[in-house]
Design a protein around this ligand. Structure first.
Ligand code: ADP
Length: 443
């Protein structure tokens, strides 16, 4: 026990002993010891009750306590309570200051932030940007259903998905069609969610400008290139032997440039689409075409095997899927040295299907794999050029697959080969009409 508490206790006990001794003395004088002692004890109990009542009154009136003076247990209790109350007040002040600072920071954010109560989907708080971007008004929209208030936005479905809600990209603001927003739902506690809306109009405009620029440049280059390429093709190196090496190189480079422009235009075209036609894609003939292309490109230097184990067909765009698959097949042939083998396999996978292209080629170091579908990303620029690559093949594959909600996975081991697999969901497959299963044939 601290010394000041001990001395307070000693003083209180000393007072008690003195009062009792005084009472006993008084009792002796008036020859009524026990009645006098009992009376004094009663008086003391009453006094303690009175102090207790005073203390309870002060505590329950939530008044600020005055610091107690003097010694004794009651004064000590007063002092302890006074200290506790002061500490609590300063903690509350500190917490309020932190809360105000957080609110000010959230209010000043350029993104719209809305605190949504999970069960009722009501807006509990929002910042100034929520007024500018989403049209929420203070105080009318506080405690209102966010789904009803932001009506044209598809929020009901999105909020129902809860934690699994994917961000919504490029949606129009409910107050201005030209304002494009990205929406995210952040579940920061079990009961409250944060709806964050970011204005991406400027970013999308820039992105559109970039796309238009690439598309226009490619388009403008196409005509002069066709002319140059056409004339170069008309020249026969055998007619002018001294020019032959240069002519061959010029033809090769103009062919490369033409392919580059074509690939850039393909990407621009794919980027401008948000969906492709859902045609029946007969996989038996698709696989047969891929085999023919692989054989033509390989020129007999590789063993090519095609296996159709799925017995189903796909829904999608014949032209674009063919372009994606043939890019994978062409890569497999181009990045596999002579004598290697290429395998094209179409099989069921869960409720969907997978088309994989396997090769026994150079393989790809693991650190390059995540970036392969970026435009112009190459593991080895010289090898890609040597084999006639533009660096855009896998980027085209990625765009085509995105438009089919399909996924590309890459497994590779340096020196052993690679497998590029395209995974299709259940809604992309359907039973084949004619059962023309291709047999696995090795060439
Ligand atoms: P490129 O026209 O250069 O082949 P792609 O976009 O088709 O461009 O491929 C990007 C890069 O990925 C290639 O440059 C190559 O380094 C690597 N790559 C693609 N397919 C394979 C493969 N089957 N084996 C090894 N490397 C590959």
């Amino acid at each position: 026990m601290p010394t000041h508490l001990r001395s307070a206790w000693l003083k209180t006990l000393g007072e008690l002993a003195l009062i009792l001794a005084g009472a006993a003395l008084l009792g002796l004088l008036v020859h009524q010891v026990w009645p006098v002692v009992a009376l004094v004890c009663l008086g003391m109990v009453a006094w303690h009750y009175w102090r207790l009542r005073k203390l309870l009154q002060r505590l329950s009136s939530r008044q600020r306590l005055a610091p107690a003076q003097g010694v004794g247990v009651w004064n000590e209790l007063d002092r302890v309570l006074y200290r506790g109350q002061n500490e609590m007040r300063s903690r509350k002040r500190r917490l309020l200051a932190i809360l105000r600072a957080y609110r000010a920071a959230a209010a000043a954010l350029p993104d719209a932030v809305v605190v949504v109560e999970r069960n009722s989907q009501r807006a509990l708080w929002f910042n100034k940007a929520a007024t500018a971007l989403l049209g929420l008004k203070y105080p009318d929209d506080i405690d209102q259903s966010i789904v009803a208030r932001l009506q044209p936005l598809p929020l009901a479905h999105w909020l129902a998905a809860g934690r699994n809600a994917e961000p919504l990209h490029d949606v129009a603001s409910p107050i201005d069609e030209t304002l494009r927003l990205n929406l995210r739902l952040i579940s920061y506690s079990d009961d409250y969610w944060l709806l964050v809306a970011r204005d991406v109009s400027k970013l999308l405009r820039l992105e559109q400008m970039r796309r238009d620029f690439v598309a226009n440049v490619s388009h403008e280059l196409r005509t002069p290139l066709t002319v140059v390429h056409g004339y170069l093709d008309m020249l026969d190196p055998q007619d002018m032997p001294e020019w032959a090496p240069m002519l061959v190189e010029m033809q090769k480079q103009s062919q490369r440039m033409t392919q580059l422009v074509e690939d850039l235009l393909t990407i621009s075209r794919l980027e401008a689409r948000d969906h492709l036609p859902d045609e029946d894609v007969p996989m038996a003939s698709m696989l047969a075409t891929l085999r023919r292309e692989a054989e033509a490109l390989s020129g007999g230097k590789h063993a090519i095997a095609v296996s159709d184990e799925a017995g189903i067909d796909l829904w999608g765009s014949n032209k674009e899927l063919h372009s994606a698959f043939s890019n994978l097949v062409s890569n497999a042939v181009r990045y596999t040295p002579a004598g290697g083998s290429i395998g094209i396999r179409f099989a069921r996978e869960g409720k969907g299907a997978v088309l994989s292209v396997h090769d026994t080629g150079y393989g790809i170091p693991a650190q390059h794999i995540p970036r392969l579908t970026e435009r112009f990303y190459r593991v080895s620029t010289s090898r890609s050029r040597e084999t006639g690559g533009t660096g855009l093949g896998l980027s085209i594959v990625k765009h085509v697959l995105n438009l089919h909600q399909a996924r590309l996975t890459i497994d590779s081991e340096v020196g052993h080969g690679s497998t590029f697999s395209v995974h299709f969901g259940a809604d992309r497959i359907h039973p084949r009409d004619t059962h023309t299963q291709l047999q696995t044939v090795s060439a």
